[in-house]
Design a protein around this ligand. Structure first.
Ligand SMILES: [Zn+2]
Length: 177
């Protein structure tokens, strides 16, 4: 009678009681089925020994990079940090819009603590200011003591180049920048 697989495997690993060993050896010599199984076990052991050790450092690196890129994706989707990709003509208009937003933040921040905005008499008048560049516009706006709404009329037939990436800032983060 053939030893069961567990016993055969134990014999293969040298973990069989000495008293049983002799009978198993004898059986294997006579039984092609069991000697075949043993041969198979030997092959498996050899293959396992020859198989290269898995490169843990490499796979750790890969996993780490994946985590990082997932994290980056999340950061990008964060509203205040997101990168905005828009066609260039729209982008140039958008930059102006953001600058105007930033400008109104400054003005509102400057007002804070000095006097109540509501007490400032509301005057509505349209002033046309011709400025050559944004620095001039900023200078003009900073020299104004009131909360102003700015409409920027872009020059006609002018080619705009996207020179940077618009960045959104919260008013609370703007202080000191
Ligand atoms: Zn057998």
């Amino acid at each position: 009678m053939c030893p069961d697989d567990r016993r055969l495997s134990a014999y293969f690993d040298g973990e069989i009681p000495e008293a049983l060993q002799q009978s198993v050896v004898q059986h294997i010599e006579e039984c092609s089925l069991c000697s075949g199984k043993l041969k198979h076990l030997t092959e498996i052991r050899r293959e396992l020994k020859e198989a290269p050790e898995p490169n843990l450092e490499d796979s750790m690196d890969r996993v780490w990079r994946k985590i990082q890129s997932k994290k980056a994706e999340k950061e990008v989707s964060n509203f205040w940090n997101r990168k905005i990709y828009i066609p260039v003509p729209v982008a140039s208009a958008a930059i102006f819009l953001f600058l105007v937003l930033a400008i109104s933040f400054i003005i509102l921040l400057n007002k804070e603590g000095e006097n109540d905005v509501a007490e400032v008499p509301i005057q509505e008048e349209v002033i046309n200011v011709n400025v050559k560049n944004l620095e001039e516009l900023l200078e003009y706006l900073n020299s104004q003591d009131t909360v102003v709404e700015v409409t920027i009329r872009l020059p006609e037939e002018h080619i705009f180049h996207l020179a940077g990436e618009p960045r959104l800032l919260r008013a609370v983060d703007y202080k000191g920048k």
